[in-house]
Design a protein around this ligand. Structure first.
Ligand SMILES: [Zn+2]
Ligand SMILES: [Zn+2]
Length: 138
């Protein structure tokens, strides 16, 4: 059975469909995501080839570290993150409806803001998901 997912920004100027599998959610606490999203960024992911973005509104912002963030210039919704690897991350909060995905881990917790409460968030990785898990017991 082929998968189909839909999402978009708050104002509706940017909508997208995904005609393929989507990944569970990774929450990124890096300083760039926190700055651009106004907080930690909850991203699912799909193959770039499965993603169709409607309309001309979407703008891409180069982060300066080899990746780009896609956002709506009308309402400011943060929607996408990509680097040149054939995949696109998209904000889980932009999906319409229920998609059966869940948060599986937190990354870049070493860059988390002091205001963030990660006491119950597991598993946690100091940098990316390939890094060692962070023990936060105690
Ligand atoms: Zn919008
Ligand atoms: Zn990030």
């Amino acid at each position: 059975m082929s998968e189909h997912h839909e999402g978009g920004c708050h104002c509706g100027a940017v909508t997208f469909t995904i005609g393929g599998a989507i990944r569970d959610v990774t929450v990124c606490h890096c300083s760039i995501c926190r700055n651009l999203h106004g907080g930690a960024a909850a991203y699912s992911q799909c193959r770039a080839a499965d993603l169709a973005i409607a309309g001309e509104a979407l703008r891409w912002y180069a982060s300066g570290v080899g990746s780009e963030y896609g956002f709506c210039p009308e309402c400011g919704s943060s929607l996408f993150w990509r680097r040149n690897d054939g995949m696109v991350s998209f904000s889980a909060g932009a999906l319409r409806g229920e998609h059966g995905i869940r948060t599986t881990h937190h990354i870049w917790v070493g860059s988390a803001g002091s205001y963030e409460d990660l006491s119950r968030a597991r598993p946690q990785h100091e940098t990316d998901s390939a890094s060692a898990l962070v023990a936060r017991d105690g």
